[in-house]
Design a protein around this ligand. Structure first.
Ligand SMILES: Cc1cc2nc3c(=O)[nH]c(=O)nc-3n(C[C@H](O)[C@H](O)[C@H](O)COP(=O)(O)O)c2cc1C
Length: 461
């Protein structure tokens, strides 16, 4: 295993926003989210910055939770107002890069496992082993209604069926042995049917016959990404994920999330470093601290007052137009992203912030911490979080696009490299090798060793 270094992902949405709801309006950016060259430009910047991966979030509906209609989200351009299918965008990015990991989101609640297994095995082949899958259970009734269902499944029930979903897709990805494909053109032998296996899965929620109709992909399976933040969500992430995203507004929150998840990973019989925890950050980099502060002020000026509440309603599946704007947020039952409510509570520990202020902050960054200063200031903060077990790396969220990562890539990345905290060149062939320095087979050996030593501490080595 290589010495511990920071890992970097880019947070993206194939639409007008990222965590920033000012992104599409920003004078330094272009609202080019329907243009292929926009994504090529972003991908090539991230590869120039030696990022581990580009990550695309997704939702299967326009926001219609706030006020019971699409009006506010569509008028002001909230996170869900428009989104291209991220799997198609990552495929396009694969064609204009060679090393950058490419991760897309797919829901276990609204897609069949066979379709998801096939899509990510295909992306892994087409990218030469750089695919990642952000596993979500989806969050709201608007998504349910787009799939013929009136009410979205309950929070924990979604994770129960998601566990079965993971069992099915893992078996489908393994349904072709690595050497099943023969391609003997002379004798006309395409593959060895004895090395391709139906999975005949029969579960409480899912059934699937298999095998997959895509041969074993370069990574064996895509890198599994998750962002569960509730107790049930963290357990799910600890069981399946190799990359876990943390959205924690405070340093204390980051450290607690990190400690919780690492111990949950060990409880799941895996090695602590079998998953990388990447904390979301939104950097504003300037030649001076004053210049960086000015960039932050310009950004925040562009955020419409209600747009954040539209996204927050979509995230939590709660219509916040029913709550008084000038009063703090009282008790609320969240069946959507429970982690999002926890984030709101962590920035309003006294419970005194009026809802309008929470909405404004949600519009600015969805409560992702903003790191403001010179390149050295920003590197100092990231280094501190990295060394103090608050994160294994960071998911960088842009303030504008397509050029919004360049300040970070030209200023902070060289600073982290100078401190030997970040790679200068890609060492691995696949996304997993760049994240862990090893292939899937080695990862599985590590887990088996971890489980054996946990089961029989006397039999170490
Ligand atoms: C960085 C990040 C990205 C996420 N991306 C998505 C997404 O693309 N689609 C989605 O439905 N949920 C997404 N989520 C929500 C998580 O999947 C999860 O629902 C949320 O973190 C709350 O956790 P909980 O489900 O355990 O309550 C994301 C969360 C984070 C922190």
């Amino acid at each position: 295993m290589t010495t511990r270094q920071i890992h970097l992902a880019a947070f993206l949405i194939a639409g007008p926003c990222a965590h920033s709801h000012a992104l599409w309006r920003h004078p330094l950016g272009e609202p080019g989210f329907l243009d292929p060259d926009y994504y090529r430009r972003i991908a090539q910047s991230l590869e120039r910055g030696r990022f581990d991966l580009a990550f695309f979030a997704d939702r299967l509906a326009m926001s219609s939770t706030y006020g019971g209609s699409i009006e506010t989200g569509a008028r002001y351009g909230d996170q869900d107002s428009a989104r291209l299918d991220p799997l198609l965008v990552t495929s396009l990015m694969a064609a204009s890069t060679r090393h950058l990991g490419l991760a897309a989101t797919r829901s276990t609640t609204y897609f069949p496992p066979f379709q998801v297994a096939r899509a990510f095995a295909s992306l892994d082949h087409l990218s030469g082993g750089r695919a990642g899958w952000n596993v979500v259970t989806s969050v709201n009734d608007s998504e349910a209604r787009n799939h013929g269902i009136e009410l979205h499944l309950g929070h924990d029930a979604r994770y129960d069926s998601a566990d079965e979903f993971m069992e099915v897709v893992f078996r489908l990805w393994e349904s072709w042995d690595a050497d099943a494909l023969i391609l003997d053109r002379e004798n006309g032998i395409f593959a060895d049917p004895d090395r391709i296996h139906p999975i005949a899965y029969r579960g409480a929620h899912l059934r699937c016959e298999g095998p997959l109709n895509v041969p074993r992909s370069p990574q064996g399976r895509p890198v599994i990404i998750q962002a569960g933040a509730s107790a049930r969500g963290k357990d799910f992430a600890a069981r399946w994920a190799e990359v876990i995203f943390a959205l924690q507004p405070t340093t204390a929150g980051m450290k607690k999330f990190y400690a919780d998840v690492k111990s949950a990973v060990e409880r799941a019989g895996r090695a602590r470093d079998a998953c990388q925890i990447l904390a979301a950050v939104m950097p504003f980099v300037g030649a001076s601290r004053a210049e960086a502060e000015e960039k932050l002020a310009v950004h925040d000026e562009l955020v419409q007052p209600l747009v954040g509440l539209s996204t927050m309603s979509s995230h939590m599946n709660v219509d916040f137009s029913r709550f008084p704007l000038d009063e703090p947020l009282g008790n609320v039952d969240v069946q959507g992203m429970q982690g999002a409510l926890a984030a709101v509570r962590s920035v309003d520990a006294e419970g005194t912030l009026p809802l309008s202020e929470i909405g404004k902050r949600y519009g600015q960054s969805v409560l992702v911490p903003r790191v403001v200063g010179t390149a050295a200031d920003v590197a100092d903060q990231l280094e501190a979080w990295f060394r103090e077990d608050a994160a294994d790396g960071f998911m960088v969220s842009p303030a504008y696009l397509p050029g919004g990562f360049d300040d970070f890539i030209d200023g902070v990345v060289p600073e982290l490299q100078r401190r030997e905290l970040f790679r200068r060149e890609y060492a691995g062939r696949t996304l997993r090798e760049n994240l862990f320095g090893v292939s899937l087979d080695c990862m599985q050996d590590m887990t088996r060793h971890q489980q054996q030593s946990a089961a029989d501490p006397g039999r170490i080595g």
